[in-house]
Each structure stands twice: as structure tokens, then as C-alpha cells.
Design a protein around this ligand. Sequence first.
Ligand SMILES: CC(C)(COP(=O)(O)OP(=O)(O)OC[C@H]1O[C@@H](n2cnc3c(N)ncnc32)[C@H](O)[C@@H]1OP(=O)(O)O)[C@@H](O)C(=O)NCCC(=O)NCCS
Length: 171
Amino acid sequence: MESKKASESLVIMTELVLPNDTNLFGNLMGGRLMYWMDIAAALAAQKHCNAPAVTASVDNISFENPIKLGNVVHIEAKLTRSFNSSMEIHMRVWGEDLIQQFRYKSNEAYYTFVALDPNRKPRLVPQLIPETDEEKKLFDGALRRRQLRLILGGKMKPDDALELKALFIKD
Ligand SMILES: CC(C)(COP(=O)(O)OP(=O)(O)OC[C@H]1O[C@@H](n2cnc3c(N)ncnc32)[C@H](O)[C@@H]1OP(=O)(O)O)[C@@H](O)C(=O)NCCC(=O)NCCS
């Protein structure tokens, strides 16, 4: 299976916050944003593996700044690394006020998607080639983030998370 560049998975999604997307304070609801992020991540994953892929997990999301009614939402999604059947997608979210002409960061998150075969079983995906310094940094960190989320999901024993342990235990 041929490896693919991280940049090939890039997805940029733009949405407008309408009244039906907001909470009682006139800000974008977190659930609506996570829904859009899920779609952006799914598109990035499927651009990479050219197969159906499902959300396996979502890492913690902190909402740094609310996005206001009438503002624009920009979601940038790109693969950081692929493993066997799973892919980690990094997302950055900004709000933009087109009238006042400023952009502000809303949040960042990592989603994990798993590619499925026609029998809905996990299937192998192409390996990822990071090119820029930032892509290489995200690629390296992906192994530790994977170990942490698999431990939290009860799918890995802490003792097996060698790269994660190395962060805390120095010789
Ligand atoms: C995600 C899913 C396909 C994993 O299936 P599984 O039978 O547990 O498969 P495995 O244990 O063999 O793991 C397959 C891959 O999923 C990854 N995975 C499993 N659970 C995970 C989790 N909680 N977080 C991140 N990755 C996970 C494994 O690390 C593995 O990755 P790898 O192949 O790259 O090594 C399965 O749990 C599923 O279908 N979940 C529902 C997905 C869904 O419907 N999402 C929409 C939201 S409702």
C-alpha cells in the first residue's frame, strides 16, 4: 500500500453560525461545533484511506473562546499519523468576525478514526509521510497520545506504553 503525504489529507471547512446553532447566550453550542469537527475529521481520514471510516475516539476539547452568532467558523483538519487501521486527525478551530475583521482561536482537538472493510472490520490504511517541521512534531507525539487514549479506553496496559512512560521516567 502506497504511503501518502500529510498535506494530502487537509480539509478546511467553513460554516456560518446561525440562530439555530446557538445557546441562550448567543454563542455557538459546543455540540454543534463537535458535529462539524467530526465531519471535517471524517473527510480528512477518508481522503487518506479512501475507505469508509468511523470515529473511534475524541480527545478532550476545551473551548477557549466562544464563537458568536453571525461569526464564521473555520475548521482545519489534517492527519498527524496513521497506524494499522486507525488514523489520528488534528483539528484547529477559529472564529472570525467579518464585520470587525478579526479572527480568534476557539479550540484544538485530536480525533481518531478507524477504516473499515466491507464486513465492517478494521482494515489497513496507508502510512503517513510528514513533511514540514510541524507535521513531524505532530507525527512523533501521535504515538504517545495513542498510548494515553488506549490506556484511558481500557485497551492498553500502562506497562506497555513505553513511549508515554519515557516522558515521565528518566534514567
Ligand atoms: C472503533 C472500532 C472499529 C474498533 O474496533 P475493535 O473491534 O475494537 O478493533 P480493534 O481492537 O482491533 O482496534 C482497531 C483499531 O482501533 C483502535 N481503537 C480501538 N479503540 C480505540 C479508542 N478508544 N481510541 C482510539 N483508537 C481505538 C485500535 O488502536 C486499533 O488501531 P490500529 O489498527 O491502528 O492498531 C469499534 O469499536 C467500533 O466500531 N466502534 C463504533 C464506531 C462508531 O460507530 N462511531 C460513531 C460514533 S457512535
